[in-house]
Design a protein around this ligand. Sequence first.
Ligand SMILES: [Zn+2]
Ligand SMILES: [Zn+2]
Length: 494
Amino acid sequence: MSWVDELVSMVFKSRDREFYIVASGLTTSGPAHMGTIMELLIPYTISKAIRLHGRKAHFIFVADTMDSLDSIPAQLSNFKELKDFIGRPLCMVMDPYGCHSSYGYHFLDEIVDMTKKLNIEFDEILTADVLYREGWYDDYARLYYSVLNDVKEVLERTSLRKLPNDWKGVVKPICGKCRRNDLTTVLAFEDDTIKYRCEFCGYEGAMNIESHEWKLLWRLDWPSRQDFLGVDIEGGGVDHFTKGGSWDTAQAVHKLIFNKEPPIGFKFGFVLIEGKKMSKSKGIGALSEIMRILHPAVIKYFLLKHDLEENRNLRLDPKYILSLYDEYKSVGDGRYQNLKQLKAWEFSGGIKWRTSFSELLVYYQIYRDWGLIKELIKDEETVDDLVPYVEELIRAGMIPEDYDIQLKPTPPPPNMRELISEFANLITEFMSDVEIHNTVYEVARRRGVDPSELFKSIYITLLGKPRGPRLGKFIKILGVRRFKEIVNDVLSKI
Ligand SMILES: [Zn+2]
Ligand SMILES: [Zn+2]
């Protein structure tokens, strides 16, 4: 069974309902990366699977726009003025590009754009600043202060950290002077009034809870939001689920403070790029780049085919990229190695390409004319779907050596000339690529030559190098007639 089936049957077993709320929260603190896709693709896939099993699902994406900007991502290091906004809520940080009301909303929009390209759909998008402004968290703040000792005990036990004796930090007020909400300390809470001190600028002030100039501590924010949204299932990266992580706190808050069953949790592995963990601030593996070379369905397939908690390591070397495309097509053609691959393919959109990516790569390098290629292969649909990615890989020089093709007719070694000529005479337009391939073996065997020598010599004749794409396919793409012309031409000039 694939992870998604396992998870969904577990959800049905522990919560037998007709309707499920699936949620995902994300801090919109910078440009999206592959990990951002995971945070949305996994719950989206779960909601899709719930629907496939005949029940209803509602997928909510909550943008944590009240989180403070803790560092400036590497890609934005040119925007020096952002430094002045560190520590402020993302919805109150300037949009460096000037097109949105704030930094948090700019990157929220980027995420939404990206998910559109990936066909990941939400039923609802909520932003934390609006939820706070509408008062959804007010009663939770009041509740936590009314049982402050219990809350403190839960936090200490589940975060494995000791809190100060006079701790009252249920909320993080936004400083009335410097507007930061990362370094404020609550001094007192009484009759809905929060008194605080800002450790950054030294300001001391007070605010009413209904001013909504505050947010809950993250570990309390999460269970509160899950409670008022009625979340049934929500996951997170493995880092949230370690011992002492925020999931432990969320669960304990549901059980001990709300006296309710917590939502069902699940955790998923990291996405590594070239074996390295990505981070927003380091900017490794820029998503925009990956999305230029990998078709959205292949990105989703890659992320979904692993076990849920396994790390995914995306390699950006040309061979690996090409193998992902070819694997995707194989699964679509019914040639899959395991059920996980099939499920991942189905949930990625289940596209069936009639022509393989590597074939298109060869076609394009030979003909450089998509109109002509469409006529030759009679598969307009696949060409239209894959053109941008084929062109981008060629432009970026990300083609495996074997697939880097430029016709460069070159004389083969003298002892191979007769064999090549015999091979050329034996093949016809009506043969399949496999038959052409097998003819190489046939000729070599008859002449008592190692077939690999003959393959090498044919590649040299065509490309001036001893390797190339699979020969039968390559000659089919080139055209048997054209192949014979090249061979005759090269051999006649010797
Ligand atoms: Zn903007
Ligand atoms: Zn301040």
